[in-house]
Design a binder for this molecule. Structure first.
Ligand code: FES
Ligand code: FES
Length: 156
């Protein structure tokens, strides 16, 4: 079956089983490998993408349900060489370790900061409750997020 998806502002036509999880199409067909494939059960948040502006686990989304929806992946949020402010903060504060969790964290945090431009530290922790990191202990991640809380560029 042919499915047409709008991904990062581009229409992509795919021939695949409509039950195929979006994460598999992104990584295996479209080579958008920034979206991580970890638990495949909706538990870890590593596969998060935006669907119509909301973070969702792409491992739980059959592509056949996504026609006409606006899908954005981690590759779609930087502008050329200019990284998203949250990505840049993770780099500047030297937060990243293995990096498996970070694309999903960024995809969760962008809409959160758009809707909550001045969150408390506890609110940021709560926002990340569905994003598992096995390396960092989270405190430095929260430090990085708090460093950009007032950034005006978080507008998506
Ligand atoms: S791979 Fe989708 S939530 Fe873990
Ligand atoms: S940096 Fe390794 S899982 Fe988060």
């Amino acid at each position: 079956m042919t499915t047409s998806l709008m991904i990062n502002g581009e229409e992509r036509s795919l021939t695949c089983d409509p039950r195929t999880p979006l994460v598999d199409v992104l990584r295996n067909e479209l080579r958008l490998t920034g979206t991580r494939n970890v638990c495949r059960e909706g538990y870890c948040g590593a596969c998060s993408v935006h669907v119509d502006g909301k973070p969702m686990s792409s491992c739980l989304l059959p592509v056949g349900t996504l026609e006409g929806r606006d899908i954005v992946t981690i590759e779609g949020i930087s502008q050329g060489d200019k990284l998203d402010v949250i990505q840049q903060a993770f780099i500047d504060l030297d937060v990243i370790q293995c990096g498996m969790c970070f694309p999903g964290m960024v995809m969760t945090l962008r809409p959160f900061l758009r809707d909550n431009p001045s969150p408390s530290r506890d609110a940021v922790k709560f926002a990340l409750v569905g994003n598992v990191c096995r390396c960092t202990g989270y405190e430095r991640i929260i430090d990085a997020v708090m460093s950009v809380v007032d950034a005006t560029e978080v507008t998506e």
